[in-house]
Design a protein around this ligand. Structure first.
Ligand SMILES: [Mg+2]
Length: 376
């Protein structure tokens, strides 16, 4: 049988984007700008597909490492690869290069984008068809200036936003308590509040802190302790009313199997940059679904291309039912390489219906949407 179009050309870009506000996350607080890698693949029929690798050095790897992984180690496998034999290429990449999930998902995204262009179908339909057309959007409360965040919340609640995730554990616990009180006072149950400790607490006194915040009725508490402390996570799951969500503790299916075995999370954050692929994210969610664990659409410092891929994934993956945090291009990055941003309406991301990832990038939008540091 015909193998169809093959990849003929690959361009890799290391880019930097300024951000609008300082972000205090506890680890790797970010100010000024963020770096990521963009990938453009051209197939033998002339179709173009885009991908993005957005590692975060305190979490996964480095953008410079992803740039080299793509240029030096994955390029020989990608050039000449049949676009429609995605699973085969993914397996070859896993054999040829350990780790580097961000680089591999960039290739997968670009191939799915190409397949979408060639078939006229959005990626969500290539992944089994959509089960939702919009995704509730969570905004993270992480500004060192809480008054600025509260003002932002007033504006956003007025526009229909409901989901807010507070980065707790960065400031002293008493300050976190004051802020949570202020948010519940101002908005009551009109907001769906989630807390994310980004591994900030030590197991030794975490339970006291978590019992305190439990009374603000968060929808979940994300990653209270460092990723290796699964027994402590299991203790919180058993003791607290609030569900406990694993982010850093759950990169991929191997991590999830251990979590299920030890009952160490009630929910998980699914990030393409952690698990290394849209197909792998669906495989991860098959385990999660079986164990009764819902998913949340997390992100690192991703731009519009990666978030488009995440949007298509969540549209086609029933178990990722806790919303997403794809707010970067609208609220944090001052510019992006897409011609138009993925639309948001009343606090929800609207899943694009056009072919592939549902995005458009031109030479002009690429040049003006991010600062180019290196190209290969
Ligand atoms: Mg997190």
């Amino acid at each position: 049988m015909s193998i169809g179009p093959v990849v003929e050309r690959m361009r890799v870009f290391l880019v930097e984007s300024p951000i609008k506000m300082a972000r205090a996350q506890g680890v790797g607080s970010v100010q000024g700008s963020v770096r990521r890698v963009l990938l453009e693949l051209t197939a033998s029929d002339g179709a173009i597909g885009w991908g993005e690798a957005a590692p975060w050095e305190v979490f996964t790897g480095t953008p410079e490492g992803a740039f080299l992984a793509l240029d030096v180690y994955l390029r020989p496998l990608v050039i000449g690869a049949p676009v429609r034999r995605l699973r085969s290429l993914m397996a070859q990449m896993d054999r040829a290069l350990t780790g580097h999930p961000e680089s591999k998902v960039a290739v997968e995204m670009a191939l799915l984008d190409l397949m979408g262009q060639q078939t006229g179908l959005p990626v969500s339909e290539l992944l089994g068809g959509r089960v939702r057309d919009t995704i509730p959007l969570s905004f993270s409360i992480a500004d060192p200036d809480f008054a600025a965040d509260l003002a932002r919340m007033h504006e956003m609640v007025g526009q229909g936003h409901r989901l807010f995730k507070v980065k707790t554990g960065v400031k002293p616990h008493a300050v976190d308590m004051e802020h949570l009180e202020a948010m519940r006072d101002a908005f009551g149950d009109r907001i769906d509040l989630r807390l994310d400790y980004n591994q900030a607490l030590e197991p030794f006194r975490a339970m006291t802190v978590l019992r305190d915040v439990d009374r603000f009725r968060p929808t979940f508490i994300e990653q209270p302790v460092p990723r290796r402390h699964l027994d402590a996570m299991a203790g919180f799951c058993a003791a607290l009313d609030t569900p406990v969500l694993a982010d850093e503790s759950c990169f991929d299916a191997t991590d999830l199997l251990e979590i299920v075995r030890r009952q160490a999370a009630d929910a998980i954050s699914v990030k393409l940059m952690k698990c290394g692929g849209l197909l792998k994210a669906q495989a991860l969610m098959a385990i999660a679904d079986t164990a009764g664990i819902p998913g949340y659409g997390g992100t690192l410092w991703e731009g519009g291309i990666a978030l488009a891929a995440g949007t298509q994934l969540i549209a086609a993956t029933p178990g990722i039912s806790l919303g997403c945090e794809f707010y970067m291009p609208h609220h944090v990055l001052t510019e992006d390489v897409l011609e138009e941003r993925i639309p948001q309406r009343r606090g929800e991301v609207v899943v694009p219906e056009t072919p592939g990832l549902g995005i458009r990038i031109s030479a002009h939008s690429l040049k003006h949407g991010a600062r180019l540091l290196a190209e290969a």
